[in-house]
Every structure is written in C-alpha cells, then in structure tokens.
Design a protein around this ligand. Structure first.
Ligand code: CP3
Length: 342
C-alpha cells in the first residue's frame, strides 16, 4: 500500500498472480473437498481458506481474493462450467437481444458469495498484508462471452473491427457491472483492486484505444469517484510500448507489465515515476530455484524498490515447485536488504 501511495520504502512488496492454485498441494486438497473449481469459488469458507494459504508458506505482502474473472458474466446470467483440462465453457452473447437480456449483478447470489469470501479472508490475514480484489477487463471478459471458451479470439476481434453496435453496448455493460462488482468488493474489505485485461495485446492501433484503453480509463474514473483512496492496478497484458498511454489516460496507481516487455525499458520510458508491477517470466519458475532466483534478482536490479511491486508477467504455471516461489522471495528480499540506502 505504501508503494501504491508513493510513500518511500526500501523493501519492495511481493505477490504472485495465481498464487493460490493447483501448484499447491493444500489448494488441491480444498478444491477436491469443494467438488469443483466453481463450487470452490462460491464456497466462501473454502475460498477464503485458499486465499490465505500462500501467506502461510511465503513471506509475501498481499492476498488476492480467490474467485475468477468469469464470475461477472455468470452473475449476469450466462451458464458457466469449467471442464478439467479444457478451461472455461461460458454461454455466448452474439446479438443485441442477448446483450439486452444480460442481468445486473447487484443482488445476485454470486456477488453476495464473493463479498462473503472477502470478509472472511480479510479476517484471516495480518494487518500488514494487503487484500487485493479483482475483476477482468471489459475486452477480455467480452472475448469469453463472445467465443464461449478460450480461443485465438478471431471472432471477437472481427466483431470489434466491424464495431457491431451490440459489441459496443456489451463493453459499456461490462464497464458498468465491473465497477459495481469492484465497488462491492471494496465495501466488503478489499484495499486495492486489480483489473486483469489478459487479452489487451490482441487488439492493435485504434481498436486498442477504443476497447482497452478507453474502457479501463472509464472504469478507473468511476471507481476513483466512489472510492478516492483505493488504488487501482491495471494489468493490460501485452500493451508493450502502449502501457504509457494507458497510464496517462487512466491515472491508475500502478501498471502490470507482461514478461515480454523489458522492465528496464518500462522503468525508463513510462513517465512520472509510475509504479510498475511484474514481470518475471512464469516459465523461469519451472527451471527451479537457482534459475528463478537469479532471474528474479536481475528483475529487481532493473527498477528501484520504491516503484516496484514484484510479481510475474502472468500467472504461476501448474508444474511450479512451491519451493521455487520461496527461493524467489528470499532472493528479492536479500537483494533489497543489501541495497537499502541507510
Ligand atoms: O491469482 C489468484 O490466485 C486469484 C484467483 C484467480 C483465478 N483466476 C483462479 C483460477 C484470478 C485472479 C483469475 C483470473 C483469471 N481467470 C484470468 C485473468 C488472468 C489470466 O490468467 O490471464 C482469466 C483469463 C481467467 C479465466 C480462466 N479461469 C481460465 C482461462 C481458466 C482455465 C485455465 C486454468 O488455469 O485452468 C480458469 C481457471 C482458474 N481460475 C483456476 C484458478 C486457480 C484453475 C482451476 C482449477 O483449480 O482447476
């Protein structure tokens, strides 16, 4: 929270995207007891438990609410299933009638359940650990709503190129509902929110400005109005050299950076000392403790601790050894300790 508020620190905060997940045996156990991934998401006691699990193992600075970006379209009335090994299967929206049929998520049982998880998890973490809430970016969530499953997003991109009026309306609805969703998480106890626009980099040029940068900026503006003291992290994965445009347009507190962009480039070229989060390659963690720790130190060298939130460039992969995460945390802590100015 200090880094996000630009207070001086000498020890950079650390957390990991997908820090609660299948690479942890204790997660697999709770998920099995819950039945399925979705039943786990909507079981507040179990979801709160997996939210705090990583904090018991690692010396990290944040917990992220355990849920999924597809909770929003689910609460808006679309069917949602997760098949093992296949990823999500979501009901689709492909015309104006289907957009108009989408419900508001206010008063949905899904929203109530997620807010209950936030309240329970907040009770279970130490005061100095930040509680992060999240949702998906409008473009990324629209991708799943249009295609119904993971894809190369050809169809969603064509709909964007054609500027179909129902698509434009869908993006607007997602801005509205995502703001309501994050606002409810904040009221329930989250201290900072992150928007995951995982497929931002799939759009280029004008489309990127219209359907990634503008909606994320509008969400940020509305949230700042309602919750002026809650920092917002925008992870528009794959924006590359356009991250600076997003920072200026949105006035967010921090930007998530993908592994593909050099952190020293980002630190040197994204202006106004913007706080940057990321961007260790999650694949490096599969290389084991030595490789991962040495890459982590290289990353720490690329950006000063007062403007960096250490994280990955994308989520932890399933085969990652938990010990490797521990080794990365230790390496970054040691580097900061050795380089803290007196
Ligand atoms: O980071 C965390 O630990 C918090 C929880 C979290 C999950 N999903 C849990 C999850 C968060 C922040 C997400 C975000 C999410 N969900 C994104 C954006 C980030 C990204 O990865 O790009 C996206 C695109 C989704 C949609 C989604 N959820 C997909 C495509 C899949 C299948 C792929 C996979 O890894 O299995 C999921 C499932 C999912 N979400 C799992 C977890 C822990 C694995 C499900 C399981 O336990 O079987």
């Amino acid at each position: 929270m200090d880094v996000l508020r630009c207070s001086p620190v000498t020890r950079r905060p650390i957390w990991f995207m997908r820090q609660a997940g299948r690479y942890l045996p204790e997660y697999r156990k709770v998920r099995e007891q819950a039945g399925s991934f979705l039943e786990l998401c909507y079981n507040p006691a179990a979801a709160a438990e997996v939210t705090v699990q990583p904090l018991r193992r690692f010396d990290i600075d944040a917990a992220i609410l355990f849920a999924d970006i597809l909770v929003v379209p689910h609460a808006m009335g679309l069917d949602l299933r997760f098949e093992d090994g296949e990823g999500p299967l979501l009901g689709t929206v492909r015309d104006v009638q289907e957009v108009n049929a989408l419900k508001q998520l206010e008063n949905s049982w899904q929203l109530k359940s997620i807010c209950e998880t936030v309240a329970l998890a907040s009770e279970g973490i130490a005061k100095h650990v930040a509680m992060i809430g999240f949702c998906g970016g409008p473009w990324t969530v629209a991708c799943y709503m249009i295609e119904g499953k993971s894809s190369d997003w050809q169809f969603a991109k064509l709909v964007a190129y054609r500027r179909e009026s129902w698509f434009i309306r869908l993006i607007e609805r997602l801005v509205e509902e995502s703001v309501e969703y994050l606002s409810a998480q904040i009221d329930a106890g989250v201290e900072v929110v992150q928007v995951f626009d995982s497929w931002a980099g799939e759009l280029t040029g004008r489309l990127r400005r219209e359907f990634v940068i503008a909606p994320l900026s509008e969400m940020t503006r509305r949230l700042h109005e309602r919750h002026p003291n809650v920092p917002i992290i925008l992870f528009a994965k794959g924006l590359g050299t356009d991250h600076g445009t997003l920072a200026e347009a949105s006035k967010c507190a921090a930007l998530g950076i993908e592994a593909e962009l050099s952190m020293s480039w980002a630190a040197g070229n994204i202006g106004h000392e913007m706080v940057l989060q990321g961007n260790l390659d999650p694949i490096s963690l599969l290389g084991g403790e030595q490789i991962a720790a040495s890459e982590a130190v290289e990353l720490a060298k690329a950006i000063p601790s007062y403007r960096h939130i250490f994280n990955l460039g994308h989520g932890i992969k399933v085969g990652t050894a938990p010990e490797t995460i521990g080794a990365v945390v230790e390496a970054v802590r040691n580097w900061d300790r050795a380089h803290a100015s007196p």
